[in-house]
Design a protein around this ligand. Structure first.
Ligand code: HEM
Length: 276
């Protein structure tokens, strides 16, 4: 069974009179631009996978922002099925994000050292797309906006995300509209766990009349668990490639990242589990 036994797709699109004679595929996915963006600064073969991994993750951060923004809006509109669908799509993007660490799994300290000095103070800590996700989760920190003083468009987008209710705020607002919780103030500070919110989720998980909200609790937990998984795999990659050296972004490195990996996302959804 060869290819010649099946009908051949159209191969003649390059013959048209249009000045751009690339394939429709190349034009649609902007292949020339995409493949012109990888510029290793060293001769170390492993640097290309470091750059590609970072770019892949940046694209996925943005995709996730898209899904979580849709989910947040749907929650605001009381459209639970639309919110769950967007969170579900996001969960799969998160799985790919977590698995993307495999691309760096074999990198040795020697390989990493051979290009580390060439990217200077660059650090994923400066990723605006990642920070946007943190704000959407409720991990807000206004001080970090100073990093983007030279990028007004980026700073404006992040300021808006800082001021807007987080995904979790909108979930809690929905619980409040269902009479499970007094209305909560959305804050521009990092979300702090509260006993009132824990009590509301406890009711969701125990009272039959609130059972329709359980899928939302579970979907948020799916998100939260994958955020932590990504942080844990980042931590392992750092431990393996640079041990306890300080980070290029100026942090203590491992100690700082470990602390962030230990903080539960949507904390009450975890703490109520001992009583369920
Ligand atoms: C082996 C490769 C990597 C090492 C050794 C590494 C190291 C570090 C270190 C030490 C930090 C703490 C901040 C600092 O002082 O720089 C950090 C933060 C960060 N890195 Fe990486 N990193 C690696 C790969 C990546 C990749 C591929 C991405 C994808 C974009 C990434 C995204 C981030 C983000 C988003 C933060 C901030 C984390 C947070 O705020 O919790 N890192 N990284």
């Amino acid at each position: 069974m060869g290819h010649d036994t099946v009908e051949t797709p159209n191969l003649s699109f390059g013959r048209g009179a249009t000045p751009d004679r690339s394939t429709p595929y190349a034009r649609y996915v902007r292949l020339d631009e995409l493949h012109s963006l990888q510029h290793p600064r060293s001769k170390e073969p492993a640097e290309l996978s470091f750059i590609v991994t970072t770019q892949v993750m940046e694209l996925l951060f943005d995709l996730l922002r898209h899904e979580w923004t849709i989910a947040r809006q749907a929650l605001r509109e009381d459209d639970l099925p639309a919110a769950l669908a967007a969170l579900r799509r996001g969960t799969h993007a998160q799985d790919v994000l977590v698995d993307s660490w495999d691309l760096l799994a074999t990198m040795t300290p020697q390989e990493f050292n051979s290009f580390r000095s060439l990217f200077g103070e660059a650090s994923g800590f400066q990723s605006a797309a990642f920070l946007h996700l943190e704000f959407l989760l409720g991990n807000k920190n206004a001080a970090l906006l100073a990093m983007y003083d030279g990028m007004p468009g980026t700073q404006a987008g992040l300021t808006e995300a800082l001021r807007a209710p987080s995904l979790y705020d909108e979930a809690l607002a929905l619980l409040a509209r269902r009479g499970l919780l007094p209305p909560q103030e959305a804050s521009e500070q990092r979300y702090r766990p509260s006993e009132e919110v824990a009590a509301a989720w406890r009711r969701v998980y125990t009272e039959p009349e609130s059972a329709t909200l359980r899928p939302l609790g579970e979907a948020l937990l799916d998100v939260a668990e994958r955020v932590t998984r990504w942080r844990q795999r980042h931590l392992s990659a750092v431990k393996r490639t640079m041990g306890g050296k300080p980070g290029s972004g100026g942090s203590s490195g491992l100690t700082w990242l470990r602390k962030s990996a230990e903080q539960d996302v949507f904390p009450e959804l975890w703490t109520i589990r001992d009583g369920l």
